[in-house]
Design a binder for this molecule. Sequence first.
Ligand SMILES: Cc1cc2nc3c(=O)[nH]c(=O)nc-3n(C[C@H](O)[C@H](O)[C@H](O)COP(=O)(O)OP(=O)(O)OC[C@H]3O[C@@H](n4cnc5c(N)ncnc54)[C@H](O)[C@@H]3O)c2cc1C
Length: 504
Amino acid sequence: MESQTVSLPMDAERQIAHTDRFWQSYRRGLPVVEVVTLEHHRLPQVECDVVILGGTLGIVIGCALQRRGWRVAVIERSHLRGRAQEWNLSRAELEPLRQNDLLTEAELETAIASEYNPARIGFYGGSELWVRDILNIGIDPVVLLHTLKEKFLSAGGHLCEVTEFKHLAIHPNGVAVQTDSQAKPRSAPLTGRLLLDAMGHFSPIARQARRGASPDGICWVVGGCAHGIPNCPHGDLFYTFSPCTGATQDFWEAFPARDGRTTYLFRYGDLSRPDHTFAQMIADYTQALPGYQQVAGDRIKLHRLLMGFFPSFRDSPWRSPWPRVVPVGDSSGLQSPLSFGGFGAMVRHLPRLTDGIHDALHLDYLGRDDVRALVPYQPNISITWLFQQVMCRQPQMVNRLLDLAFTQMASLGEPVYRPFLQDALQWQGLTQTMVRMAIADAPMILRIAAELGIPNLLDWFGHYVHLGRYTFLANYCSPGFEFHWQRQEQSWRYGAGLDSVASP
Ligand SMILES: Cc1cc2nc3c(=O)[nH]c(=O)nc-3n(C[C@H](O)[C@H](O)[C@H](O)COP(=O)(O)OP(=O)(O)OC[C@H]3O[C@@H](n4cnc5c(N)ncnc54)[C@H](O)[C@@H]3O)c2cc1C
């Protein structure tokens, strides 16, 4: 099972070098370019209701808004085409795509590339937990995006591919978007009433809004899809099979895919890790993969290689300093800093976002405070910050700690571990788990708490109190009809993990 015998795709070296160059430039700090400016004069005319920058998840919300009768334009730097690697989530999480009339049952089934059960969670030296119907559906992004794109175009949507966003001017009555297109040079800016930033983690608009702040945490991931690994009906959601020997703990995921088996290696850290390179991480991955999957290395043929990193900010989601601008998808920072389920997070928030944006357009509530209400604080996501900190600061403790946490969650049952695994952590389950953990291994919990320090613990405790408050309000306050009151009610529900996704 030698490392070099795992065969990599043809262009692997180029891909690794490219990602390493981008990572190093990101680590040093990407420049903050002023891409958004405020103008005081009115636009003579406004062409559409919503302009969406970035087509990957942009087309999902674009189609949903188009279905509500709004004129939508999508600007995509490249061709609007999903990546080859599947997005995993559960069937229940896909419901918003059907309910919002984006896909028919048959179209949804066509987009499902794989389905498996059960999945394993386990940590080195500990016990294993087997779960069902969590991250067990693989959606083919190529099929999904192609279907949505065709529907969008046939319903009269305006799509500009191979067109790069350059500048956004915000006027009192709309936005004007300047682009650069090799395909179709356009001198006049595209105008709309509202702008959605769906340009992902490295959006220049998000960078300007955050004033170039550095991320507080990073999750690096490498992996891909391989032939040659024997067909195995189960998957791994969160798995370690080795102790931490260096500065980071290795975590693994594995899923059956349409054309082989997908495996990922991921690690948590931050920008203070200049020694991280994707070349080294790929070498570690190919070395460990044969042992992990119990197959000789020379039988494994990786036909797709994926790598990337997910920056996360403690202060998330970013709240627009401007009127008429709403971040969606990875750009917003609404997703968990622990998982890389950005597609799942977007689909989960789709009903909330679609209703909110629809109401905002309908009522012409597009001022700064109005658009901020569409991207709410979520204590159940912010609270996971401390867990991210433990992963990156105390990797030696992680296996023991996670084993303890999941053993307690397993004994409390599915209503506790399911929301956690679906990034919809709930106050009651969290409280029960923490109490049990403290009883089961108080010395370890105290040691971790001491190493994290008072500021981190106070910050965490603040989110914990808000999580309790949001849970109470989501349960006992009835929804109202006024725009801001409705947004508030939704933010309590989502922020407390009490939206529908967590129910089996
Ligand atoms: C290895 C890996 C595995 C993953 N697995 C899962 C999974 O199993 N489940 C899950 O839910 N999620 C998963 N994700 C996360 C998921 O891929 C992302 O959350 C999702 O792609 C985010 O979409 P986005 O549109 O917000 O951002 P992006 O995917 O980054 O897309 C941004 C879009 O904006 C365009 N763009 C950027 N700049 C400009 C510009 N200047 N002008 C115009 N267009 C621009 C880009 O071309 C791109 O199309 C995974 C990610 C990776 C890397």
